[in-house]
Write a protein that binds this ligand. Structure first.
Ligand code: CO
Length: 493
């Protein structure tokens, strides 16, 4: 029997889940050559909230990070998480921007693209998959796992077959909430292997304490790869720790071989980095949280919601809002809860509890009902569609959302040229998603050059991440109720 392979997520999901995406490139580089020697099938290093965090909090060019990591870890394929037509933002971008992003990323050294859509609408993955294949890179089509009356194993298999037809090289099961039960993981992997015939990767989180057991069951069912991290950037809301997963597989015919001394070295190194990032870590994210099972929402969303409800003076309504979430999901066609839908559903649930059901409809929730994010997995409540039509005159759109968007690359290039900024594809795609942050990256730096230069006597320790920022990953979502605005941080895992 073939040993199961591990991808390592410490340089992306590990610190995104447990340290608000604040690990700097300088903190990553000393570990990169060791990670490269371990025999991981892939290193997840890019995408998700890392691009936003690089620009917004760390003053780094994300493409430079990728190039530096490729140089430091040239042997192991590097993986990014790509949110389909949203790239790494909330809204849809025109095809030419998605294509330019994938091409620039491939040129900078990206090997494997994990591509997902919050609604599991394959039309939102099509452009990204096609471009990844045209660049000769590996396209991993992700199935966002969630539970609902319409999310049956058959429905997931249909999506798996579609992703294969669209040219994907492998299928990922993306369990962002960490709610996949071991027997379900077993069944899904077994059927995907048999009926879709592509390599299958399981990605989960240990939020509810199920992650490692789900991996074990998936390994029994023949999963090709599971994704682990390195403690202390592991377990809790992150991926199970590599050492722990190997211990769990002791005596298993598919147990992989890793050098325990090197794993220990990584553990020690990342323990130091974890300490440096202590402003952004929280014991709440390190423990097993059964609320996530109880409410069926991602752990990150739960902690954000506790904060938001506090700020809105609605903390006594936590249970009511949580009970409202499945009702909102049902009305919106049982959409999975993952960025950006988790925040949209949560916000609407808060509005329903505060003002009465659907008395106030958040524009983004209306957009989901009108298919503007793609086709929801189940039927949208016709009463809700009627309400939106009465109030706004809008009716659901039929086609792929991005078909309504005109090409933007020439305009982006003009805008950058007018500002005297670089106009290459990397610059254009970053400017398209994060215009202010990208401009800030190129703003003249304060007169540091004229200050006396100090020469360090020994190589500097990895610099601590920028400190004076509020905790939370880069992705932000603003919510205004009664004129009071709450800025929520969004964990997209
Ligand atoms: Co994740």
């Amino acid at each position: 029997m073939k040993p199961v392979q591990f991808n390592n997520t410490v340089l992306r999901d590990g610190h995104q889940s447990l340290a608000a995406t604040r690990m700097t490139t300088a903190q990553m580089l000393p570990a990169a050559p060791i990670l490269d020697e371990m025999g991981f099938a892939g290193l997840e290093t890019w995408g998700g909230a890392t691009i936003d965090s690089c620009l917004r909090f760390l003053g780094e060019n994300p493409f430079d990070r990728l190039r530096a990591l490729k140089k430091a870890a040239p042997k192991t394929p590097q993986i990014m998480l790509l949110r389909g037509q949203n790239i790494v933002q909330y809204t849809s971008f025109p095809d030419d921007v998605v294509e330019a992003f994938v091409r620039a990323d491939a040129a900078a050294g990206q090997d494997i693209f994990r591509i997902f859509d919050a609604l599991n609408d394959p039309r939102n993955l099509a452009t990204a998959i096609k471009t990844v294949k045209a660049c000769g890179k590996h396209a991993r089509g992700e199935i966002c796992y969630t539970t609902s009356p319409v999310h049956t194993i058959d429905a997931f298999l249909r999506l798996g077959r579609e992703l294969r037809e669209m040219g994907c090289d492998s299928i990922g099961i993306k369990d962002m909430s960490g709610v996949i039960a071991p027997r379900i993981a077993y069944e899904m992997v077994k059927q995907l292997k048999e009926k879709v015939g592509l390599p299958v990767v399981l990605h989960t989180h240990d939020t509810a304490g199920l992650g490692a057991s789900a991996y074990l069951a998936a390994i029994d069912a023949g999963v090709d790869i599971v994704e682990t991290s390195i403690a202390p950037f592991a377990n809790g809301t992150s991926q199970p720790d590599t050492v722990r997963m190997i211990a769990l597989l002791e005596g298993h015919p598919r147990c992989p071989k890793f050098d325990p001394a090197k794993l220990q070295q990584l553990r020690e190194y990342f323990t130091e980095v974890y300490k440096q990032l202590s402003k952004f870590t929280s014991p709440d994210n390190e423990r097993v949280d059964s609320d996530t099972l109880c409410y069926q929402v991602p752990g990150g969303m739960l902690s954000n919601f506790r904060n938001q409800l506090n700020e809105q003076k609605m903390s006594d309504k936590f249970a009511d809002v949580m009970a409202e979430i499945p009702r909102v999901r049902a009305a919106l066609g049982w959409i999975p809860l993952v960025t950006p839908t988790s925040q949209i559903v949560g916000t609407q649930a808060m509005l329903n509890v505060k003002f009465g059901r659907w008395k106030t409809i958040a524009p983004a929730a209306a957009d989901i009902a009108l298919n503007k994010y793609g086709r929801p997995p189940g039927a949208v409540d016709p009463e809700l569609i009627k309400l939106i039509k009465e109030r706004t005159g809008q009716t659901p759109i039929e086609g792929r959302p991005a078909d309504a968007l005109s090409p933007r690359m020439p305009k982006l290039r003009e805008e950058l040229a007018a500002k005297g900024l670089p106009t290459d594809d990397e610059a254009c795609v970053l400017h398209a998603m994060f215009p202010q942050e990208f401009a800030k990256l190129h703003a003249p730096k304060p007169a540091a050059a004229s200050a006396p230069v100090e020469v360090a006597a020994k190589p500097a320790a990895p610099a601590p991440a920028a400190a004076a920022q509020p905790a939370g990953p880069g992705n932000r979502y603003r919510l205004t109720i009664d004129g009071k605005t709450t800025e929520a941080v969004v964990e997209e895992l």
